[in-house]
Design a protein around this ligand. Structure first.
Ligand code: 26Y
Length: 815
């Protein structure tokens, strides 16, 4: 039913078979009987790409002719997820492909499953970028995504004896049919070297950067199809190739080994995605990656815009660069260098153009996540850019001094920090060099103004705004939850896929018992589906009639996976202690999915503890099978698409004031899970929209947490006074989950008792109490289903289409 109203396919089944077999024969060089799954997969992709490429070319012609403003999204990460299903959806070819392939005895789903997803991002920030380019295309906006084509994306997580072991993500080992690469359009990107005094073409003194070495940036294009529209935009990811000039000298001298070494060094730039997502390690290679992709992107778009006859002064009417966190912020001095040194504009003219073109989105509240670059490292790699930053800073601070007369403020706002070492503060550079700065949820944007960037918001109150994050309903409802999609289509029509606010039409159906039953059947179906996936993928056996309680996100102390674990352990400990009957536990499957940054010790130990607890409780006779933990390794977008639609309960339990927004929280609510959450990030807005009766709110508020921290938080006091908490921690400390080895989880236990930076112990009681309410509500099936439907009906706001409209209204097209 879902397909009836969707884009009409550009090919019929007969034509599809013809093109597909043609591709097999002439691009793979195999006959059908010879073809491997890889051959068939590539032929499928190439067949589906044809109509998309037609639309892509028409889009480019249309956008060039319109000569309007192009949104350039600059992001070091794009966590795209699998492409095949989305391309079939956008072309309306899913049914045709299924039918056509079945006549050849090929199972479409098997080929879809063959794809290895491009995991070119860590988590929320990278996935947000992927949702945004989807929405930009769907809303027919002239836009381009720029980033890095990593050879190795986010590592593949395995567990060895319960401990995380990282394996390289070899997503490109067989190439990818989705990419259109143009080595002949590579541009040279310089690094290091020196800066010289020179005379420009007008006879004026000027500065000139003479780089010490170059790499070539090769554009690799990916198509970004809109849904229900002709627009197909571009995602341009840059791949590093050794520059010939770079090697020639060494090569001529006959030193082949060093010539190859130099090649390897240069090509290393786009080799791997850094797996850290909150503590910048200050690694030179990361700064190389940042400059590499940003310099190539800015030159690419500025050159194409100037070629259309746009004047320098008018660039801000034709280009807007959106900075996805501080990772691309080196673009600000790079545009200045391009305009002043290469194009010979006056400094002041270049600066006013630059400040009109850039906008900055901040994604964090943790001070340790703010990027700073030591000036010696920065100056070695980008000497001219450091000079430019110094001048920007000098002029900016003079202005602050003049306007405020406050020397303390001058130091606090400086782009250069002096202590504990001299470094460039990228968030300050971004704020000074941008027209608008936004946070990613209402609470986050407020806290940015009150804490992280408060001096700047006092100085420039109008610069700051909020755009609450969103997620694409195409991938995270329509594609990932076909049964719910069919139910929605039957109930309210198909318009919701492009206009998610239409979900509000479901509201009256929350009191329709027939509809609630159908809704419950969809959820039950999705639970069986994920149970089958986890059985096949990870050998995990799960009941399908239980509360599916899901916590999937990067492993971080502030997100508090340990609080979820303490809940589970305390149930088990109470059963062992005889203060709780196993029969009184509502059957529950707790699913964790989480990767830890390879160097993050506490996160890795938490993974080991979750696996250890799982090993014990999953087979504990005392629990009678009523409590299970599933921790499938290598949680990624592919798994998320199967898991989220099956969830009853969405765990969003960060300490209030620490999670900038969250986006998983939105995906769960849209698929009819109820949230158990703190008043943090976008949870605040979810709670507000769905209503308190349909949300399990617990824990301290941000001001509560702030006062507790001020008063001096002593976690051991909570341990002492809460018998259930004590029982749970003591059980872990006793070695019950480590064959009697009390030292195995000693560092976690002592962190809980003596540090507990994110106050899990302080929120434990409140969390346990709300989980009791969860069980009570789940026993009342009608009440639960009603709340679940209301979650769907009331969360249409969280479409990334709405986020993009907010960016247009408040940032890109504002004024
Ligand atoms: C500099 C480097 C260490 C670094 C690399 C990646 C720093 C941060 C990151 C990624 C951050 C991230 O994913 N932040 C998340 O962004 C989401 C989208 O806005 C938010 O929903 C989420 O709360 C935030 O943690």
């Amino acid at each position: 039913a879902a397909q009836d109203h969707e884009p009409s396919p550009a090919l019929d089944a007969t034509e599809f078979v013809r093109v597909f077999t043609n591709e097999l024969q002439y691009t793979r060089g195999v006959t059908l009987p010879q073809a491997s799954n890889q051959d068939k997969y590539i032929a499928l992709v190439r067949t589906v790409l044809r109509p998309l490429i037609d639309r892509w070319q028409a889009t480019q012609a249309r956008q060039a002719e319109q000569n309007g403003k192009t949104v350039a999204y600059l992001s070091a990460e794009y966590l795209l997820g699998p492409q095949t299903g989305n391309a079939l959806l956008s072309t309306g070819l899913e049914d045709t492909a299924r039918e056509a392939l079945s006549t050849l005895d090929i199972d479409l789903d098997e080929l879809i499953a063959h794809e290895i997803e491009p995991g070119l991002g860590n988590g929320g920030l990278g996935r947000l970028a992927a949702c945004f380019i989807d929405s930009l295309a769907t809303k027919d906006i002239s836009a381009i995504g720029y980033g890095i084509r990593y050879n190795y994306g986010i590592f593949r997580q395995t567990f060895v004896n319960g401990h995380q072991v990282e394996q390289p993500d070899t997503w490109m080992s067989h190439g990818t049919p989705w990419e259109i690469t143009h080595p002949e359009l590579a541009q040279p990107i310089g690094f290091a070297g020196r800066v010289e005094d020179t005379i420009n073409s007008a006879g004026q003194p000027a500065r000139k950067w003479v780089p010490g070495w170059y790499v070539q940036a090769v554009p690799c294009n990916y198509l970004v199809p809109g849904y229900g529209t002709d627009t197909v935009n571009t995602l341009r990811l840059w791949s590093a190739r050794a520059a010939d000039e770079f090697n020639l000298h060494i090569f001529n001298s006959g030193d082949f080994e060093n010539a190859v070494r130099a090649r390897t060094y240069a090509e290393n730039i786009s080799n791997v995605l850094y797996p850290e997502d909150s503590t910048p390690q200050g690694k030179e290679l990361r700064l190389q990656q940042q400059y590499f992709f940003v310099a190539a992107s800015i030159r690419d778009l500025v050159a194409r815009t100037l070629e259309r006859g746009v004047s320098y002064a008018d660039l801000p009417q034709h280009i807007t660069f959106q900075l996805n966190d501080t990772h691309p912020v080196v673009g600000i001095p790079e545009l200045m260098r391009l305009l002043v040194d290469d194009h010979e504009l006056e400094w002041d003219d270049a600066w006013s153009i630059t400040r009109e073109i850039f906008n900055y989105t901040c994604h964090t509240l943790l001070p340790e996540a703010l990027e700073v670059w030591p000036v010696d490292l920065f100056g070695r790699l980008l000497p001219r850019h450091l000079e430019i930053i110094y001048r920007i800073n000098e002029e900016f601070l003079n202005e602050v001094r003049l306007n405020t007369g406050n020397e303390l403020l001058v130091r606090q706002m400086s782009i250069i920090q002096e202590q504990p070492f001299r470094a460039v503060r990228m968030a300050h550079l971004a704020t000074v060099g941008s027209r608008r700065v936004n946070g990613v949820a209402a609470l986050h944007s407020q806290l940015l103004k009150d804490n992280v960037l408060k001096d700047f918001s006092a100085y420039w109150p109008d610069k700051f705004t909020n755009v609450t994050n969103g997620v694409t309903p195409r991938r995270f409802v329509r594609l990932s939850n076909p049964e719910l999609s069919d139910l929605l289509n039957d109930a309210i029509g198909t318009g919701w896929v492009r206009d998610l606010s239409q979900l509000s039409q479901l509201e009256p159906l929350a009191d329709d018992s027939g509809f609630l039953e159908q809704f419950a059947l969809v959820k039950a179906h999705n639970k069986s589906r994920i149970a089958a996936v986890l059985a096949a993928r990870d050998g995990i056996e799960l009941p399908s009639d239980a509360i599916y309680d899901v916590m999937v996100k990067r492993l971080h102390e502030y997100k508090r996976q340990s609080l979820k674990l303490l809940h589970v352990v305390s149930l088990y400990a109470r059963v062992l202690a005889g203060t709780l009957n196993a029969e009184d536990i509502e059957p529950r499957v707790v699913v964790f999915g989480a990767k830890a940054a390879p160097g993050y010790r506490m996160a890795k130990e938490t993974i080991a503890l979750i696996n250890a607890v799982a090993a014990r409780i999953n087979n504990a006779p005392e629990l009678q099978g009523r409590l299970k933990i599933a921790f499938p390794a290598n949680y990624n977008v592919t798994l998320a698409e199967k898991l989220i639609p099956a969830a009853d309960l969405s765990e969003q339990i960060s300490l209030a004031g620490k999670e900038a927004s969250g986006t998983g929280n939105m995906k769960f609510a849209l698929n009819g899970a109820l949230t158990v959450g703190t008043l943090d990030g976008a949870n605040v807005e979810i709670h507000e929209l769905v209503g308190d009766e349909n949300f399990f709110l617990f824990g301290m508020t941000e001001p509560d947490a702030e006062s507790l921290a001020q008063a001096g938080y002593v976690p051991s006091k909570f341990y002492e006074k809460d018998a259930d908490l004590k029982l749970a921690i003591d059980l872990i400390a006793s070695g019950a989950f480590s064959n009697g080895d009390r030292s195995a989880f000693e560092s976690i236990v002592s962190d809980w008792l003596w540090h507990d930076r994110f106050m899990a112990l302080a929120d434990f009681r409140s969390y346990l109490d709300i989980q009791t309410k969860v069980e009570e509500k789940y026993r009342d099936k009608a009440a639960w289903n009603r709340s679940a439907v209301l979650n769907v009906a009331r969360t249409g706001f969280f479409s990334s289409d709405r986020s993009i409209q907010d960016y247009l209204d408040r940032i890109w097209m504002e004024k």
